[in-house]
Design a binder for this molecule. Sequence first.
Ligand SMILES: [Zn+2]
Length: 178
Amino acid sequence: MQGIDNKQYALSEFFENKNRLRCPECGCLLDPYYRSLRIDFKSKFDFSTTYDNVDIVSKRFKDFIQLEDYRNVVFFPVNENNEFFYFHILNNPVQVNVEKSGIKYKEKCNTCLYPKEIIGGFDIFLNQEEPLLDCFYTSDVYWRTHNMFGYRIFIGIETYNKLHAQKFKGLDLAAKVF
Ligand SMILES: [Zn+2]
């Protein structure tokens, strides 16, 4: 699943003010604790993703997920309005079949050792064949977008059915996974 493109950057201010947290050679974000950052954010969507790969959800989405008691998902308020929240999945990776998904890692940065570019992965194949249980999962590989590394999100079929029934705006449940 994925969020609709909300055509905003989450971290522009962060990048301006805290350049020391970026790799001096390739510019990639080295500090994952940006979620304490307060940003100006408005959206008509329940689930959307910024250019720099940050998932942001509405209070309605957060309340539903918390009511369903998914334990490995956390929310951080984007500001004091209590309307939108950074959405983050805690360590629950599924193995992506890198070769079959056509994912290629280009040249590594000499300083931070992260790949400077990652290509492919439009259609994603997983290594496991049995269906995922009712939960949120992340890919075990990361994509690089605007110098942010981000995972892809996977969900179980039951999770899919629950989210689908809620008709959340901006949430694309049909992202291609095989
Ligand atoms: Zn680097």
